[in-house]
Design a protein around this ligand. Structure first.
Ligand code: NAP
Ligand code: F7E
Length: 338
């Protein structure tokens, strides 16, 4: 019999990669998505799998509907990827962020428990739960000090999954994933904002990119690889939580430079703080500037994963390095802009 998996947030970046991966493993895939006026399943179409998955119009905060579909499908695995995932927006919408990222997860856990389903549950946790802690690398034993409503909301769910595992012997997992990007990354996240802008700047040499803090450091990996770990965790059943990252960390400024070097755009940085600019040596004009509006009320300055446990237990480590990732995203956005 085919294994049945539900992916919540199937319309998101990870949802599309994971759906494609599970189909390759012969799963029957159900995807919960939230209808909005503009979604056209572009990511599922990218893999040409829209007709291979069963998509269900279901906002995960609809408790009764979640109960109905879990009872009907009785999935072997649930991958809870749906979230208000944009950190910046969580400062403006903390309540919605909490309802979706925290309380909806509790509903799922309660439903699995009360229906006595034999279902493994994967929760999409995040390095944002670490926030600012005093350590050069973060692993499963590091403390948590979230710095945004997003980070706080995800920490609630992480802890709730652990509690249901311990209290009710439920098969829950929490993947603490560091930033992962791809050509399918949402346009609001900084890597995609940069590659999308530079792809059009490359041909037009006009317009300006406005960014916030260029000096925060992130451990960026490739989403297409990271979704494999979600499946490995649920199927190998070694432990509750795993940190997933590359073990390298890079500033936003450096990510921009990887892209500019690939495009062979000659540039020079000038100024400091909000006056910092990147000048195009060919035109003599600034094409990247700082806007205060993109600064966060509280920032996570530094993240770097320690994946010792992942390597040891699951024999897994990422292959794609940040520079290759930048080039992959640049190439894809250049093609789309042609
Ligand atoms: P994403 O592209 O923003 O996808 C999230 C999806 O969830 C979106 O399609 C969104 O739908 C959907 N969603 C939001 N609220 C919903 C609701 N109430 N009901 C149903 N669907 C809803 O995020 P991602 O990058 O794929 O990340 C996947 C998960 O991993 C998220 O939980 C995120 O918080 C977590 N995570 C991501 C990273 C990363 O670097 N990418 C790192 C660690 C953890 P709309 O399109 O309608 O908004
Ligand atoms: O910001 C800085 C910003 O929005 C990265 C989500 O997937 O990963 C993601 O969260 C950094 C921050 O990602 C701009 O201040 C500067 O320091 O791309 P981001 P994020 O906040 O790290 C984690 C692991 C998740 O779980 C989240 O769901 O870049 N930055 N200037 C900017 N960021 C944005 N978005 N836009 C700017 O103009």
């Amino acid at each position: 019999m085919l294994k049945k998996a539900i992916i919540t947030g199937i319309n998101g970046q990870d949802g599309a990669y994971l759906a494609n991966f599970l189909l390759s493993k012969n799963y029957k895939v159900y995807g919960f998505y939230r209808r909005n006026s503009s979604n056209d399943f572009w990511r599922l179409k990218y893999f040409d799998i829209l007709n291979k998955v069963t998509v269900i119009d279901l906002d995960i905060t609809e408790q009764l509907e979640v109960h109905y579909y879990l009872n009907k499908i009785k999935p072997d695995e649930i991958y809870n990827l749906a979230a208000q995932s944009f950190v910046q927006s969580s400062f403006n919408n903390p309540y919605q962020t909490t309802i979706i990222n925290s309380l909806a997860v509790l509903f799922f856990l309660e439903t699995i428990k009360t229906l006595k389903l034999d279902t493994s549950f994967y929760q999409a946790s995040t390095s944002e739960m670490f926030g600012n802690i005093n350590s050069t690398k973060q692993n499963e034993k590091s403390g948590f000090n979230p710095r945004s409503p997003y980070g706080v909301s995800k920490l609630y769910s992480h802890n709730m999954c652990l509690n249901y595992r311990e209290a009710f012997n439920m098969d829950t997992y929490s993947g603490i994933l560091f930033n992962h990007e791809s050509p399918l990354r949402g346009y609001e996240f900084v890597t995609r904002k940069i590659t999308n802008f530079l792809a059009s700047y490359y041909t037009n040499r006009n317009d300006k990119l406005h960014l916030g803090n260029l000096y925060a450091k992130r451990d960026w990996g490739f989403a297409g690889e990271y979704v494999e770990v979600m499946w490995e965790m649920i199927n190998k059943k070694k432990d509750f939580d795993y940190v997933v990252g590359t073990g390298r960390t890079t500033t936003i400024k450096k990510f921009i430079e990887f892209c500019l070097n690939y495009l062979e755009i000659n540039y020079q940085w000038t100024g400091e703080g909000v006056k910092e600019k990147c000048i195009d040596k060919k035109t003599g004009k600034a094409f990247i500037e700082i806007s205060k509006e993109h600064y966060r009320p509280t920032e996570v300055n530094y993240l770097k994963a320690d994946i010792t446990k992942l390597k040891k237990d699951l024999k897994w480590e990422p292959k794609i390095k940040v520079q290759e990732l930048a080039v992959m995203m640049m190439k894809s956005d250049l093609l789309r802009n042609k």
